[in-house]
Design a protein around this ligand. Structure first.
Ligand SMILES: [Ca+2]
Ligand SMILES: [Ca+2]
Length: 324
C-alpha cells in the first residue's frame, strides 16, 4: 500500500468518525428527556432578526437551471447544533442553480468528453455504507460507476456519488459552472420560505407522508423505506421546493465551495459569504438517504456538515451554480 493510499484511509475514516460523532451528539441529546435538543415542530427564528426574504419565487429556467434572484435571508438556526448558530442575516447576489443533483448520466458525459479519472478511481477504493452492518466500510472498486462496489451499477438518472470535492470542481469547470457557496446553497434550499425547519415548511411529514429521500425507521438497524427508497432515488422523485429545486433535502449530500469551520457563523460575514480562507474540510449540505429522525436529522435546511476534499462516499454528490 502506498503512503498516499494510507493517508487516504486515515483521512476518510477520520471524516467518517467526525460525521458519525456529529450525528451521535444529536442522537444523545435527543434521547434524554431533559434534552434541550431541537424537536419537530418547535423551530422558530429569533424575532430580533429582521427577515427580508425574496419571496418572488424564481420562475426563470434555462438549460436545467433556475435563476435565483438575489436577496437577503436568515442563514443558520439558534435551535439546532451549536455550529449552526447564530441565525444571522445574509445577502446573496443573483445566481443560476441546477434544478437537480448532477446525475450519473450527466457525469458520464463529462468523463467521456475529458477522460477524467476521479479520486476514487485513482485510489482504487472508496467509502460505502453497509446497510446490513450499519457501518462505513472501505470498499475496493467502489467509484462513481460502481457506488457500492464492483457488482453495483447506478441508474443513469440517480445522483452521481463517490465524487470528491476536486471531482465536483472539475465537472463544474467543464460545464462552465462552479460549486455553490454554502450561503447560496442554503438560500436556494429555503425556496423563499423564512425560518422554516425544512425546505417545504415545518412538518417533517406534510399530510402524513415523507416528501424527500431520508431514512425512516431506527438508524442504523431498520430502514422502513416509507418514502419508497432505501438508497439513492432518481432525481426529481419528490416534489420541488418553492424555487423549483429538487432534492435540496436528502437523497445525497451536496458539496459546497466553502472551507468548513464550526465557528464561521459567529464571524458574521453578511455580504455574499464565501467561507473561511483556509481549512481542512469542505462544507456539505442537505443530508442524505442515511439521515434518520433518531440520529442526525441533517435533512434540516440549516444543517451543515463537512468532509475532507478527497472523500468519496455513496451518499455524497453535488449540483452546480453559475453567475447571473
Ligand atoms: Ca429513503
Ligand atoms: Ca440533495
Amino acid at each position: 500500500m502506498s503512503q498516499y493510499s494510507l493517508e487516504k484511509i486515515i483521512i476518510c475514516f477520520a471524516f467518517t468518525l467526525l460525521l458519525m460523532q456529529g450525528c451521535q451528539r444529536a442522537y444523545s441529546t435527543r434521547d434524554s428527556p431533559q434534552s434541550s435538543a431541537p424537536t419537530e415542530h418547535s423551530v422558530s427564528e429569533p424575532s430580533s432578526v429582521k427577515v427580508a426574504v425574496n419571496n418572488s419565487a424564481a420562475t426563470t429556467r434555462r438549460d436545467g437551471m433556475v435563476l435565483i434572484k438575489g436577496g437577503t435571508f436568515v442563514m443558520g438556526t439558534d435551535d439546532g447544533m451549536p455550529y449552526e448558530a447564530p441565525a444571522h442575516e445574509v445577502a446573496v447576489k443573483s445566481f443560476w442553480i441546477d434544478e437537480h443533483e448532477v446525475t450519473v448520466e450527466e457525469f458520464s458525459k463529462f468523463i467521456t468528453a475529458t477522460g477524467y479519472k476521479t479520486d476514487a478511481e485513482k485510489f482504487g477504493w472508496s467509502g460505502v455504507f453497509n446497510l446490513k452492518t450499519g457501518e462505513w466500510e472501505k470498499t475496493d472498486g467502489a467509484n462513481w460507476r460502481h457506488p457500492e462496489g464492483p457488482k453495483s451499477k447506478p441508474q443513469p438518472d440517480e445522483p452521481v456519488s463517490q465524487v470528491s470535492w476536486a471531482d465536483a470542481q472539475a465537472y463544474a469547470k467543464w460545464a462552465g459552472k462552479r460549486l455553490p457557496t454554502e450561503a447560496e446553497w442554503e438560500f436556494a434550499a429555503r425556496g423563499g420560505l423564512a425560518g422554516k425547519r425544512y425546505s417545504w415548511g415545518d412538518d417533517l411529514r406534510p399530510n402524513g407522508k415523507p416528501v424527500a429521500n431520508w431514512w425512516q425507521g431506527n438508524f442504523p438497524e431498520n430502514n422502513t423505506g416509507e418514502d419508497g427508497f432505501i438508497g439513492r432515488a432518481p432525481v426529481e422523485s419528490f416534489p420541488p421546493n418553492g424555487y423549483g429545486l429538487f432534492d435540496m433535502t436528502g437523497n445525497v449530500w451536496e458539496w459546497c465551495a466553502d472551507w468548513y469551520a464550526d465557528d464561521y457563523y459567529r464571524k458574521a460575514v453578511n455580504n455574499n459569504p464565501t467561507g473561511p480562507e483556509t481549512g481542512a474540510e469542505r462544507v456539505i449540505k442537505g443530508g442524505s438517504y442515511l439521515c434518520a429522525e433518531n440520529f442526525c436529522t441533517n435533512y434540516r435546511v440549516a444543517a451543515r456538515s463537512h468532509a475532507t476534499p478527497d472523500s468519496g462516499l455513496d451518499n455524497l454528490g453535488f449540483r452546480c451554480v453559475r453567475d447571473e
